[in-house]
Design a protein around this ligand. Structure first.
Ligand code: TTP
Ligand code: MG
Length: 367
């Protein structure tokens, strides 16, 4: 490793080098370490399959289980159909949060600016730590080795001139990948990839783009931007820039936790009210666990509901008291979602958010 204290420069202008780190099959990988006897077998982490009659969804699975077509967000009953002999384990959120915070602590040390993104991903701005992309690759290798040495877990790292490219790059050679995309290669790297690799381009937008003959990011980059703006509004312009690999967003330090939320996109849109409510209960339980484990109370519960046509509603309620009781969270969430449950419309996503958080420490000070 060469000088790490010098700002990366290109003809006098400082350039940015951003890492995106994403742990491989995270919950299932942690479970493999907890249960070495299951290593090598398909492992599915999620709801109880109850011999195929279980409700709820798959959180994640290891690569052996993915070979059977098992995916995150899929009903657990379908996972069972595809692979009844897999090892099914419940979600141990407390354990994954502990492992995650140890990993984040390691990652944070390597970055000028650090942004955790979900439980198993983070962006690192390492611009002042490395001189060039070769140096960056070495640094990434060092990070991977340290995480593996400490946690026996692998991750995939994407390196690029911005967050957009780094995020796509980390997904490129999963698992245990390391993909470097230099600024000069960005467009060529992106061009052959399908448009849904772009962050925020979901199934629906993909379908609309496909209908215009746009299959790859390259197709999108070559499309007439004014036509995109006409069809998609501001979002069209944003997609066009993304297709050219342009992204000026900063890696943002998040000092303060303002809310905690969990959502699930159903593998298939559903109008099964019981299934939706059970999923909501399970999400409430997960986010409540996080609340309690982080020693917080909350006052506001918000639910989010997205219909199959992507119409999205959020509805929140502020309680008259701070709470950390599961039943308050679940009951409020169920009440709030009620008005959105219409038999005639399928649901794509549900979520629960807790906000107006007060930490145990702060509460003590306030008393
Ligand atoms: P991901 O990073 O999306 O998935 P992953 O780490 O399991 O697999 P990959 O190797 O492809 O990165 O999500 C991180 C964790 O978040 C995952 O281990 C489980 C959880 N999760 C859910 O609970 N529900 C979901 O729908 C998804 C996508 C993830
Ligand atoms: Mg991951």
């Amino acid at each position: 490793m060469r000088k790490r204290d010098q700002r990366t420069e290109c003809e006098g202008q400082s350039i940015r080098i951003i890492f995106h780190v994403d742990m491989d099959y995270f919950f299932a990988a942690v479970e493999e370490n907890e249960h070495p006897e299951h290593k090598g077998k398909p492992i599915v982490v999620g709801a109880n399959p109850k011999e195929g009659k279980g409700r709820g969804v798959v959180s994640t699975s290891n690569y052996e289980a993915r070979e059977f077509g098992i995916r995150s967000g899929m009903p657990i009953s379908r996972a069972w159909q595809r692979c009844p002999h897999a090892v099914y384990l419940p979600v141990d959120y407390k354990l994954y949060t502990e492992v995650s915070s140890r990993i984040m602590k390691i990652l944070r040390r390597y970055a000028d600016k650090f942004e955790q993104w979900g439980i198993d991903e983070a962006f690192l701005d390492v611009s002042s730590k490395v001189e060039d992309y070769e140096d960056a690759r070495e640094l990434a290798q060092e990070i991977k080795t340290e995480i593996y040495r400490n946690e026996k877990l692998t991750c995939s790292v994407g390196i690029g001139p911005n967050k957009l490219v780094a995020k796509i790059a980390s997904d490129f050679e999963k698992p245990n990948g390391l993909t470097v995309v230099e600024e000069k290669d960005v467009e060529a790297f992106l061009a052959p990839l399908p448009v849904n690799k772009l962050l925020y381009v979901g199934k629906k937008t993909t379908r609309r783009l496909n209908a215009l003959g746009i299959e790859t990011i390259g197709d999108l980059a070559n499309y007439d931007p004014s036509m995109l703006a006409e069809k998609f509004g501001v979002w069209g312009g944003q997609m066009y820039l993304s297709a050219h690999g342009i992204d000026h967003s900063e890696v943002q330090e998040r000092w303060e936790i303002k809310s905690m939320s969990r959502d699930t996109t159903f593998d298939e849109d559903t109008s099964d009210v019981d299934f939706i409510l059970e999923t909501l209960d399970a999400l409430a339980e997960t986010v409540h666990k996080q609340l309690v484990e982080s020693n917080f109370t909350c006052k506001t519960v918000t639910v989010k509901m997205r219909y199959e046509n992507f119409e999205t509603h959020t509805h929140g309620r502020t309680l008259p008291f701070q709470t950390n009781r599961l039943e308050d969270v679940q009951k409020t969430a169920r009440e709030l979602i009620h008005e959105f449950l219409r038999g005639d419309r399928k649901v794509r996503l549900v979520g629960v958010k807790l906000s107006n958080l007060v930490s145990g420490e702060k509460q003590k000070r306030l008393l």
